[in-house]
Design a protein around this ligand. Structure first.
Ligand SMILES: C[S@@+](CC[C@H](N)C(=O)[O-])C[C@H]1O[C@@H](n2cnc3c(N)ncnc32)[C@H](O)[C@@H]1O
Length: 277
């Protein structure tokens, strides 16, 4: 895959604010991710020898898994945030067939048709112009290749037992994301975004994460408790005047109550799109 000329969108990329940031509590969630639990729509389309771009790769655990599945194909993980690119580089340090680099989804530093698979997991929901990002993903995808995206729909998160402080947390997250020009309820919108980006063929599926065992509840409840009080989400909520520190502490306590409940269940629904140029 060759470095291309300056891409068409270069210089015009929106300066989006990434709602989650890369606090340790956020990375604790992202480093759990694999192809099996986060890219089920793509599994049947991966085979040895494919060239793959993982856009918005975060800490790179999905990237590394993709590399295992397409070896000896080349895999590039790209993310805008230098701090998490360093983390992804460490994740993939023992894989000579993986390149990790800083870059922007709005202006990918690759020639047209460089990759068989362009993958983005939980990235489009954070962008103010997801259609522009998909146009750029389509540009670097080879004829016959596939662009694979997956995003959650925060409005459809479901949990038991009910807790008004968790309702308040969800409302806060969605308000902060919207204040950043992002779309927290992106999942069902992916199909329309792909069509608007000019893809000829768009295949839509859905799947969910479910956290219900004591171990899963402890992990999910604690990391969200910390994210709500200590991560970029907390800072942005404070700066925008959307929640005070004591309100955020109450939300964190609600996550710990949920984690301690024997009947606690948390479901995170996702929509996936496989789009072909
Ligand atoms: C929710 S994380 C997902 C990380 C990884 N794909 C995963 O699922 O574990 C979103 C990632 O997209 C990156 N990102 C946000 N805006 C971006 C942009 N314009 N270009 C490239 N990466 C971006 C963030 O830095 C972050 O690491």
């Amino acid at each position: 895959m060759s470095e291309g000329p300056t891409p068409p969108g270069a210089g015009a990329a929106p300066e989006d604010t990434y709602t989650h940031g890369h606090h340790e509590s956020v990375l604790r969630s992202h480093t759990w991710r694999t192809v099996a639990n986060s890219a089920p729509h793509l599994v049947a389309h991966l085979r040895p020898g494919l060239d793959v771009l993982d856009v918005g790769c975060g800490p790179g655990t999905i990237t590394a898994d993709l590399a295992d599945r397409v070896a000896p194909g080349r895999v590039v993980g790209l993310d805008r945030a230098e701090e998490v690119v360093a983390r992804a580089a460490a994740t993939c340090a023992d894989r000579p067939d993986v390149e990790i680099r800083v870059g922007d989804v709005y202006a990918l530093p690759f020639a047209d048709g460089s990759f068989d698979v362009v993958h983005a997991h939980q990235v489009l929901q954070h962008l103010s112009d997801p259609v522009a990002a998909l146009v750029e993903a389509r540009r670097v995808c080879r004829p016959g290749g596939v662009v694979a995206v997956r995003d959650a729909d925060y409005s459809a998160f479901a949990w038991a037992p009910a807790d008004p402080d968790l309702d308040a947390w969800l409302a806060l997250y969605r308000a902060v994301a919207r204040s950043n020009g992002a779309e927290p309820d992106a999942g069902p919108l992916l199909c329309g975004w792909a069509r608007a980006a000019g893809f000829a063929e768009v295949e839509v599926t859905a799947s969910a994460w479910c956290f219900a065992t004591p171990e899963e509840r402890t992990w999910w409840g604690e990391l969200w408790a910390e994210r709500t009080t200590s991560s970029a989400l907390a800072e942005q909520a404070e700066a925008a005047g959307l929640a005070t520190a004591s309100e955020r502490e109450a939300m964190a306590d609600a996550f710990r109550r949920w984690a301690a409940a024997d009947d606690g269940v948390f479901v995170v629904p996702h929509t996936e799109v496989l789009a072909r140029p």
